[in-house]
Design a protein around this ligand. Sequence first.
Ligand code: ARG
Length: 469
Amino acid sequence: MSDNNSSQQLWTGRFTEATDAFVEAFTASEHFDRRLYRQDIRGSIAHARMLAACGVLTGAERDAIVQGLQEIEAEIESGGFQWSPALEDVHMNIEKRLTDRIGEAGKKLHTGRSRNDQIATDVRLYLREAIDAVCAELMRFQRGLVELAGREADTILPGFTHLQVAQPLSFGHHLLAWYEMLVRDQERMADCRRRLNVMPLGSAALAGTSYPINRDMTCAELGFDRPGDNSLDSVSDRDFAMEFTAAAAILLTHTSRMAEEMILWTSPMFDFIDLPDRFCTGSSIMPQKKNPDVAEIVRGKTARVNGHLVGLLTLMKSQPLAYNRDNQEDKEPLFDTVDTVLDCLRAFADMVPAMEPKRDNMFAAAKKGFSTATDLADYLVRRGVAFRDAHAIVGAAVRYGVDNGVDLADMDLATLQGFSDAIGEDVYQVLTLEGSLAARNHIGGTAPEQVRTQVARARERLDRIAADS
Ligand code: ARG
C-alpha cells in the first residue's frame, strides 16, 4: 500500500494514491446521513448477535461489539463523537470508531454484509419511525378538527363552487371534509409503512453472502415483517422512499388547500374566521396588518416536497440493478420531506382547531349569493315541475333578484308566484338557510344531524386507532 493513502479510509487496499481532496468531500455523505446513526447501530447490533448465533463470531466478540456500539451511540448523543468526512458516511464513521475502541473484534462486524444492505436497512428503519411520528401528528390534527366540527355543526357558511356562492353548508361539514382528506393520508402512510417493512439486511452487496446467516433472527430483532426475497431488489430499489414522498406530497397538497381557504377566510373580503395572534405576524410597514403567515408557509412548503418527489423519481429512473451511488442522493430530499411534513402537521394541529369562526359573517355571506336557489328548484320539482323547467323558472327569479337587489327569501309571495304558479306559501321554509341544510339529511349530506353522526363516527375511529397503537 502506498503511504500516500489516507490512514482513515477503510477500503484503500487496492489503491495506490490518496483520494483527491475535492473528491473526498464531493462523495462524502456523513454530514447528512449521520442522522441515521441510531438505526445504523441498531442494525449492526442485530447483525453481530446473529453472526454469533451462527458461529461466525464468538460470544466475546459479540459482547465487545454490542457494548462498543452502545457506547458510541451515547457518545454521539452527548455530542462527543468526532465525525470525519474522510470516512465518507455514517457506516464507516461508526465502524472505524468501534475498532478504535474495541480493537480486533470491531474489524469483524462487517462480515457477511455490505454498506449496500446496511443503508437500505437503515433508511427503512428510519422511515418506519418517521411514518409513526407523521401518523401521531395526523391523529392529533384530526382530533382537533373533529372536535371543532362537533361544535360548529349548526354554524352556516356559504359553500362555493368556482369560488362562487353555491349552496349553504354546515361549517362542521366543511371541517369534516378536511378530516376525510387526512384519513386517506393516514391510510396512505400506513400502507407505505407496511410495504417498506421488509428487511434488506443479509442481501450484502447484491448477491447475498457465503456465510451461514440467519435472516429470520435479524428480522425479528429489527421488527421487520420478513426478509426481502431478492437480494438485488432489496439493495437497489428506493420505491418506498418515492412512495412515502408521494404520500407526503399529497398530504401537503391537502394542507395547502386548507391553508388557502383559511387565508381567504381571514381576509377582510371574507372575514369568516379569526386566527389567534400567536399564529400570525405583523407587517414591518403597515401597522394594521395581521397576516396568516403560518398558513401561507404551509402552502409554500408544499412546493418543496412536490419538488423532492420529482427529484426522487428522477433519481431512480435510469438506474440499472443493483446498488448505485446515485442513491446517496435520496437522503436529503427524504429527510427534508420528513421534517417538512412533521412541521406542517404540527403547525396545523396547533392552529387550525384554534381558529375562531365569525358565525354572523358566515351566515350573512351565505344569505347573499342566492344560495338557496337549488332548494327552490327542488321545491318546484316536488310540486310536479320538471327539473329543467324548474331550473329556468328559478333562473328568472334570480335574474329579477340581481336586477332589483333582493334575495329570494325576501321576495313577497306575489312576486315569486309571478315566476310559477306552482309556488305556494310554504315556499319560505325551503328558502331559509337552516331549511336548506336540514333538507340534506342523508349519508354524506350537510344536515347538522348528519354532521353530528359523522363526528361521533370519527371520534370512534380515532379512539379505536389510539387504543390499537
Ligand atoms: N452513502 C451510501 C448511500 O447513501 C451508503 C452505501 C455506500 N455503498 C457503497 N458501495 N459505496 O447510499
